[in-house]
Design a protein around this ligand. Structure first.
Ligand SMILES: [Zn+2]
Length: 351
C-alpha cells in the first residue's frame, strides 16, 4: 500500500457513486457490482459493495482525497451552493463537489465535466441546488450504509482477534499435553486440551461455557473452524458430559502427533528466537520450497493463518501458510535451523 492509498478518506455518496461516477470507477469488482447495486441494496438491507467506499478510485476521487488530507491546500468554495461549504474539485476536464460533514466525514457530493459554462457544465448544473443542496447531500441511506460498513469492519476485526486468541491457546495446549489452555472469545470461556492417544494420534478437545446467551450463535462452527486443518464441522464429534462438572458444550477431533509437534515447535520457536541473539534466516533454497512444510515462530504463524499473508520460514523461504501442511514433508533446511537454535538456546541440554 502506497502513502496516497493509505490516506483515502473521501466517500462518494451512493447517488454520486452510481449516477455520476458509475462505470468509470475502480477497482473493477466495484465497477461490476455497481451495475446491479441499486437492486441488490433494495433486496438485502445488509448488502455491502466489494470494497469500502473510501477505496473507490476515480480521477476526481483521487484529487478530492488530496484536497481533504492536505490542510495546506487551497480549498475553493463553490459559491453557487449557499447552504453548505462545498469545495471545488478540478482535475483535467472533471469537476466535483466535496464536503466535510459535522461528524468529520468527507463526502463527494456530485461529479461531472467542465463544459466552459455551456449546457451540461458541472458547476452551472449545480446552480439548481443553489438554495437547497439536499438532493445531492448524503442521505439517510448513505448514513445507514456507512454504519453497516463500520459494523462489518469491527466484526472482521473481532473475528481476527478471536482467531488469534484461539490459535494462541492451541499452541499453549500443544506445548503442554494434557493441560487445559483457557481463552475468552465471543463472550464464552473456551478450554482447549490436547491429550496424546494410542497409535500416534492425539485427542483435541474444545469446550466452552457461555457467559451470555446472546453469544451462542458463533458456536460451535465459527470457533471450531479456527483450528488449522480442522475447519470442517464434519471432522468434529460432540462429546457428551462424562461427569456433572463437564461442560455440556464439548467437541473433539483426532489430530496426528505430527500436528501436535508442529504446533509445539512453533510455540517453542518463540522462546528460542527470543533467547538467541542475532539469528537471521539462511538464504532460502529456491527449489520447490512450496512443497515443504516450513517452521516459523508462533506469532508469525498466527498472523499467517488469520490474515493469509506471506511469511518467512525459519529457512528463509517466503511462504503462504496453508492449513493442510501435513501433506508436505517438513523442510530439511528448517529442521537444520531448528536443531541449531536448540543447540544455541539450550546448551545445557546438549551436554
Ligand atoms: Zn523451510
Amino acid at each position: 500500500m502506497t502513502e496516497s492509498e493509505s490516506q483515502r478518506v473521501v466517500r462518494p455518496t451512493l447517488r454520486c457513486l452510481i449516477a455520476d461516477l458509475g462505470q468509470e470507477v475502480g477497482p473493477p469488482e466495484l465497477r461490476a457490482a455497481l451495475r446491479t447495486a441499486t437492486e441488490d441494496m433494495a433486496a438485502d438491507a445488509t448488502y455491502l459493495l466489494p470494497c469500502v467506499l473510501t477505496d473507490a478510485t476515480h480521477l476526481v476521487l483521487d484529487k478530492a482525497n488530496l484536497i481533504a488530507t492536505d490542510d495546506a491546500t487551497n480549498r475553493e468554495r463553490i459559491e453557487t451552493i449557499t447552504d453548505r461549504f462545498a469545495i471545488k474539485v478540478k482535475t483535467s476536464d472533471r469537476r466535483a463537489a466535496l464536503w466535510l460533514d459535522e461528524a468529520g466525514v468527507w463526502w463527494l457530493l456530485a461529479a461531472g465535466r467542465r463544459k466552459d459554462d455551456g449546457p451540461g457544465d458541472f458547476y452551472r448544473e449545480l446552480e439548481r441546488f443553489s438554495e437547497d443542496s439536499t438532493p445531492i447531500a448524503p442521505s439517510a441511506a448513505d448514513a445507514r450504509y456507512l454504519r453497516l460498513e463500520v459494523a462489518f469492519a469491527e466484526e472482521c476485526e473481532s473475528e481476527r482477534a478471536a482467531n488469534g486468541l484461539v490459535l494462541g491457546a492451541l499452541l499453549a495446549a500443544a506445548s503442554a499435553p494434557g493441560t487445559q489452555a483457557e481463552v475468552t472469545v465471543f463472550g464464552a470461556s473456551v478450554s482447549i486440551s490436547i491429550v496424546p492417544d494410542d497409535d500416534g494420534l492425539a485427542v483435541l478437545e474444545l469446550s466452552w461455557e457461555f457467559v451470555q446467551f446472546d453469544d451462542q450463535d458463533r458456536f460451535p462452527m465459527d470457533v471450531l473452524a479456527m483450528v488449522p486443518g480442522k475447519d470442517n464441522l464434519d471432522l468434529w464429534d460432540y462429546l457428551p458430559p462424562r461427569k456433572d462438572t463437564d461442560s455440556p458444550h464439548a467437541w473433539f477431533t483426532y489430530v496426528p502427533q505430527e500436528w501436535v509437534d508442529h504446533l509445539a515447535t512453533t510455540a517453542e520457536l518463540d522462546d528460542l528466537l527470543a533467547t538467541v541473539e542475532d539469528w537471521s534466516p539462511p538464504n532460502p533454497s529456491s527449489d520447490g520450497s512450496e512443497h515443504f512444510s516450513h517452521r516459523a515462530r508462533a506469532s508469525v504463524v498466527m498472523l499467517a493463518y488469520v490474515t493469509g499473508i506471506e511469511i518467512v520460514g525459519l529457512c528463509g523461504a517466503r511462504v503462504v501458510a496453508h492449513r493442510d501442511y501435513e501433506k508436505f514433508p517438513v523442510c530439511p533446511k528448517c529442521e537444520e535451523s531448528l536443531a541449531l537454535l536448540r543447540q544455541l538456546g539450550r546448551p545445557e541440554a546438549q551436554a
